[in-house]
Design a protein around this ligand. Structure first.
Ligand SMILES: [Zn+2]
Length: 475
């Protein structure tokens, strides 16, 4: 149960209003924000706990719209690989390690430890295991867990859908006020048109939120537009036909009904003006993952054009398998830097807008803006505090510049969800980080061995025919 708490800090960043120097925030015992403003205007009710954060910025909890918490043990295992080799190696290690389901839940818990220490209070998680539902609930975090479904062969679409329906029905028994369940038809190179159609129908009928990896890679584009390229060759080796499927991935998602679900579209690096019109018309939103897109060489998403078209854009780290850090301040900075470099203009994506991507717009992208994303009376007290006292941050002429361009995730000193403090001064309070760390390192070692054994046998070509593995999947 959260206590009535009055926070004060050198800077308060409501996001929905300009920064407040010497600000304070009061949250009640239901975890709701009841007052925000200059210190002198915010009351101190009798018996309230008071927390003076000093030379720090207090801001809304960061919203990571896209990650794969179950993949925590893959950090650093797949670096410097081209995209198709990256996916194949990830799946080979996953299959070869043959870990128990609880291991994937432990990895998701470990991601929660890292996220809370980085000021992240809400996550959109796409994953095969669904372990994040338990992990988020134990950690006290907020999120949407999109259960993934795979099947590039149209013949397996009905069976894949039945498996998804059963898995989601089970997961839904454990939904809470903070953690919801959704579905994720993974991507055009792992999901047939028929499976996209069936999943969209299920989501619309049941009201499930939907997330889909879309328009990420050049080899995905080659497959969708021309039925060509390395993904297409791999699918044909499995006996799966690869006819052209549309003028773009977004057109494919429109044709198969996925856009009707107003999905969270993950990546959208390779989109043109026509795609942006379709996305805007549908009311879909975008999870922009600038660092992961750069690491895998996919390119830079046209964020400024998306925003100009009226599309809601949030930020995502993606998994630590493709972005070794879970640092949303870095993502906001990268989003700004990449747009400025791409367009040759220092005027693109102001610091205020970059912070908005990491908070309020991320909340909007997940449909949670009525509850979180800004510091306003009536919203839930999902908060993070970032120290601005380090030598690498001082002096602070402008709190937004200090936060986005000088501070780092490691400067976070406090994280709270709905008024409950979950991280403070270097300690996650809701999970046993030390015990988890040992289990995740053992898991990482099993994955590394499986990767090395698979490589020693000689890497098979992309998407070679192989039996389906329960709990396995493409990232
Ligand atoms: Zn992803």
């Amino acid at each position: 149960m959260p206590a009535t708490t009055r926070y004060s800090a050198a800077w308060l960043l409501p996001v929905s209003a300009p920064p407040i120097a010497g600000g304070a925030l009061l949250c009640d015992e239901s975890g709701r924000i009841v007052a925000v403003g200059p210190d002198s205007t915010v009351p101190t009710p009798p018996g309230a706990r008071t927390i003076d954060l000093g030379q720090a910025a207090l801001l809304p909890g960061l919203v990571n719209t896209h990650g794969h918490p179950e993949l925590a043990a893959f950090r650093g295992l797949l670096d410097d690989l081209p995209f198709d080799d990256w996916i194949i190696t990830l799946n080979a290690a996953r299959r070869g390690a043959a870990l128990a389901p609880e291991a994937w839940t432990d990895a998701a818990r470990w991601t929660c430890v890292e996220a809370l220490a980085a000021g992240i209070t809400t996550m959109g998680a796409t994953e095969a295991s669904g372990g994040s539902l338990e992990a988020f609930t134990e950690a006290g975090m907020r999120g949407i867990v999109y259960r993934e479904v795979f099947g590039p062969d149209p013949a397996v679409a009905p069976a894949a859908l039945a498996e998804l329906r059963d898995a989601v029905n089970l997961l839904r028994l454990h939904e809470t006020e903070l953690v919801r369940v959704g579905v994720s038809p993974h991507a055009p190179y792992t999901v047939s048109d028929e499976l996209f159609r069936l999943t969209a129908e299920l989501a619309l009928a049941e009201g499930y939120p939907v997330a889909v990896h879309a328009a990420e890679a050049r080899i995905e584009e080659q497959l969708v537009l021309d039925g060509a390229g390395r993904f297409a060759a791999g699918l044909r080796r499995r006996g799966i036909e690869t006819p052209p499927r549309g003028r773009s991935t977004i057109a494919l998602l429109e044709r198969t009904g996925v856009l009707d679900t107003r999905p969270l579209l993950i990546h959208c690096v390779r989109v043109d003006a026509q795609d942006l019109r379709l996305i805007a018309l549908s009311g879909a939103s975008v999870a922009h993952c600038p660092v992961a897109n750069a690491i895998l060489g996919h390119g830079i998403a046209p964020v400024m054009e998306m925003r100009a078209a009226g599309i809601t854009v949030g930020l995502g780290t993606d998994s630590v398998a493709s972005n070794n850090r879970l640092d949303l301040l870095e993502e906001a900075r990268a989003a700004q830097l990449f747009q400025r470099a791409r367009l040759g203009s220092a005027g693109e994506l102001s610091n205020a807008d970059a912070l908005r991507l990491a908070t309020l717009d991320g909340a909007r992208a997940l449909g949670l803006e009525a509850r979180v994303g800004s510091l306003e009376p009536g919203k839930d007290a999902d908060l993070c505090a970032v120290s601005l006292a380090g030598a690498h941050v001082l002096p602070v002429h402008d709190p937004l510049a200090a936060l986005l361009h000088s501070a780092r995730a490691s400067d976070v000193v406090l994280t709270a969800v709905r008024g409950e403090i979950l991280y403070r001064d270097g300690r996650v309070l809701s999970l046993d980080a030390a015990a988890l760390g040992g289990r995740v390192l053992a898991m990482a070692e099993a994955l590394r061995r499986a990767r090395d054994e698979w490589r020693a046998r000689g890497a098979p070509p992309p998407f070679e025919a192989r039996p389906a593995t329960p709990g396995g999947g493409e990232a």
